[in-house]
Ligand binder design. Structure first.
Ligand SMILES: [Zn+2]
Ligand SMILES: [Zn+2]
Length: 239
């Protein structure tokens, strides 16, 4: 179907505007080479932060001490910058939802590189805050999680993890304020689905990891045995 549509109405590459040359995708093969993918090597095995000069994995200072996050591992596909940032913001705020297949490619590659996917029992999208749900009307992370779950042939549930309140805007706070700000904002609706399970939580952008950590704390309190996190992008602050 998309091949037929391509003949009638050729898709333009989101990055350069020339005709997109890959079926069903919105970034052409030349521009794909310039997307800022994060190398899969030399990352902290918990928070995914990169360290200069490391090969293989290591444990960063935060994750070996009392600041260790509650998730077991968090990784991301691309750096939140340049065209990747623009595309993601368009997807998140301007309903450019046709980008989900391109994004699912990026997520799938990162998921296969970092996780033993046979161990994943359930995929969960990061829920929107109440404030954003009213404001925007759709959850971009749910689109990403569902597209990925289809690729990996895993169950995806959007009704397990809930947001309780609506914290202030994370982007206006410093790191310790962010930690306090996300405290107790998650609730679990169906703990019986989580007990002893390995969960993969999907979100669009990781900034400091505080929200993902709080979410993992809640999922573990509900009985999950492992919480892995995968975000499409990662801001420079957590790289
Ligand atoms: Zn292009
Ligand atoms: Zn770390």
């Amino acid at each position: 179907m998309s091949a037929v549509l391509d003949l009638i109405w050729p898709r333009a590459c989101e990055v350069c505007g020339r005709p997109a040359d890959r079926p069903g995708r919105h970034v052409c093969s030349a521009c794909l080479m310039r997307i800022p993918f994060i190398p899969t090597d030399g990352l902290c095995r918990v928070c995914g932060r990169a360290a200069e000069g490391f090969e293989g994995d290591y444990l960063c200072e935060d994750c070996s001490g009392k600041n260790r996050p509650f998730f077991d591992r968090a990784v991301s596909a691309v750096r939140f910058e340049d065209k990747a940032r623009e595309m993601l913001l368009g997807f998140k705020f301007n309903q450019r939802l046709w980008l989900k297949d391109d994004f699912a490619d990026w997520l799938e590659a990162a998921a296969r590189a970092h996780f033993d996917l046979r161990a994943v029992d359930l995929i969960l999208p990061m829920p929107l805050t109440v404030f954003h749900r009213v404001d925007r009307g759709y959850n971009q992370s749910a689109y990403l999680a569902e597209a990925l779950a289809k690729r990996l042939d895993r169950a995806c549930r959007g009704d397990v993890l809930k947001r309780k309140g609506h914290p202030g805007r994370q982007s206006e706070l410093d790191e310790s304020a962010r930690r306090a700000n996300v405290k107790d904002t998650f609730a679990v609706a169906k703990p019986e689905l989580l007990r002893g399970r390995t969960l993969l939580v999907i979100d669009d952008v990781m900034t400091t990891g505080a929200t993902l950590s709080e979410c993992a704390r809640e999922l573990k309190a509900a009985g999950a045995s492992r919480v892995w996190c995968l975000t499409l992008a990662r801001s420079i602050r957590s790289l």
